[in-house]
Design a protein around this ligand. Structure first.
Ligand code: PLP
Length: 446
């Protein structure tokens, strides 16, 4: 493949954009593919190379790059009426009504513009509502570029994970290992009265999709109820992808107090939201006194894109299609690596998939495991599935960065930049795309 134009564009970008990009994960080495356009389940770069796209905008594009006519018409009609007004519109009420009808825990929503803004607002709301300051997060979880969650370490030694984040934020954040029942019990024994919220992804989508073990979210629910803390599910990635329109909370059967959304809720445009019961949501200004505001919040074009995307998914067999292809990819890749790279693990559920280059606990592996929510501690795959963020972080990231991802790109398969970011199937992907993808995985491992 010829990549000259991308290389030249990257050279120009390095002079005017720090690191040549506007979001750090995009800076793949030696230079990223600059994308010119999308086409169904594919993207075409500035040199005319075509790729099967499993990045899908890092999750928002449930329907792929060619929006169905109804979605495109709604976006165009909203744009032609004028971009935005700084006043309420009917479309934001309609989207809120749609989400409240489908997502078990949601009665009301406050729309914002991104996943980061949603988690910032949810944390502030939880602190304001409970009058407490500490939040518990999972090691290996990701909640966007926000001060309260850019925190590393453990319960005894939390520290900010980026220069520029004051250590005082880390003092109010307690990181615990995901799926560790004892660790969370201990944290609540010590700090129960001070905890405003437990903030967790339903599965660790930013560390390849480490699944929850049975009973873990139920335990979080109970501990929060006993102590008066709020349980926040960060469904920015899983929302309207895992568990269909009910989201991961519907699939899990656990009801959080608050839910954060972004990605699919904006149908490919910048939007996010915090949802929950009126009793809590009405603490936001102007109904209550927890300050929250935004010039672009509830942007009509993003609301139209989100609403029509979700309506289209509700009226067509989108989730059956993407989940079927997701399953084909997971089982197909599991078959390939079980012979050729035993011990590597395929993670993901519904339309998310990721091959993790980890050999942790591999000696007794006969088959690569395909975990899902039904996984239990006694199931066959449990002993060799990563259970915490740390298990996955031990993966061979160098092999992914230097060999695998570039080789797949040359084969026309566009994967997320690093070893730990999940990948996404869209409604526009086809059986042929999956076959071609599995062929490329096979060739690499041979
Ligand atoms: N929360 C989760 C679970 C995410 O996956 C992400 C982004 O990938 C965010 C929050 C941040 O969202 P955004 O990038 O829209 O700010």
């Amino acid at each position: 493949m010829n990549h000259e134009t991308s290389r030249d564009l990257y050279d120009r970008a390095l002079s005017v954009l720090p690191g040549g990009v506007n979001s750090s994960v995009r800076a793949t080495q030696p230079y990223p593919a600059f994308i010119e356009r999308g086409d169904g389940g594919h993207v075409i770069d500035a040199d005319g190379n075509r790729y099967i796209d499993y990045v899908m905008g890092y999750g928002p594009l449930l329907l792929g790059h060619d929006l169905p006519e109804s979605v495109r018409a709604a976006i165009q009609s909203s744009m032609s009426d004028g971009p935005m007004y700084g006043a309420p519109t009917e479309i934001e009420v309609e989207l809120a009504e749609f989400v409240a009808r489908h997502v078990p825990s949601v009665e009301m929503l406050r729309f914002v513009n991104s996943g980061t803004e949603a988690t910032v607002s949810a944390v502030r709301l939880a602190r304001g509502y409970t009058g407490r300051e500490k939040i518990v997060v999972m090691q290996g979880g990701y909640h966007g570029a926000q001060e309260s969650t850019l925190v590393a370490g453990d319960a005894e030694n939390a520290r900010s994970s980026s220069p520029g984040v004051p250590q005082t934020f880390a003092e109010h954040t307690i990181p615990v290992p995901f799926n560790d029942s004892e660790a969370i019990e201990e944290v609540f024994e010590t700090h129960g009265e001070e905890i405003a919220a437990v903030l967790t992804e339903p599965l660790l989508g930013n560390t390849a999709g480490v699944p929850p073990v049975e009973g873990y979210h139920e335990q979080l629910r109970e501990l929060c109820d006993e102590s008066g803390a709020l349980l926040i599910f960060d469904e920015v990635m899983t929302g309207f992808r895992v568990g269909g329109l009910q989201c991961a909370q519907g699939k899990l059967g656990v009801t959080p107090d608050l839910t954060t959304f972004a990605k699919i809720i904006g149908g490919g445009f910048p939007a996010g939201a915090v949802g929950g019961p009126a009793e809590i949501l009405e603490s936001f200004t102007p109904a209550g006194n927890v300050f929250q505001s935004g010039t672009f919040s509830g942007h009509p074009v993003a609301m139209a894109a989100g609403l029509e995307t979700l309506r289209y998914a509700a009226e067509n067999d989108v989730y059956d299609h993407v989940n079927r292809l997701g399953e084909q990819l997971r089982t197909g890749i599991a078959d390939i690596v079980s012979d050729r790279a035993p011990g590597y693990t395929i993670l993901g559920t519904d339309s998310m998939f990721k091959l993790v280059f980890t050999r942790a606990g591999t000696s007794d592996i006969d088959e690569a495991c395909i975990p899902g929510y039904r996984q239990t501690p006694d199931s066959d795959c449990f002993d060799h599935c990563p259970k915490t963020g740390a298990d996955v972080e031990s993966a061979e990231t160098d092999r992914w960065d230097r060999l695998f991802r570039p080789a797949m790109k040359e084969e026309g398969i566009f994967l997320t930049a690093n070893q730990l970011e999940s990948q996404f199937v869209s409604d526009a992907h086809t059986d042929e795309d999956v076959e071609q993808t599995l062929e490329a995985y096979k060739e690499f491992f041979e």
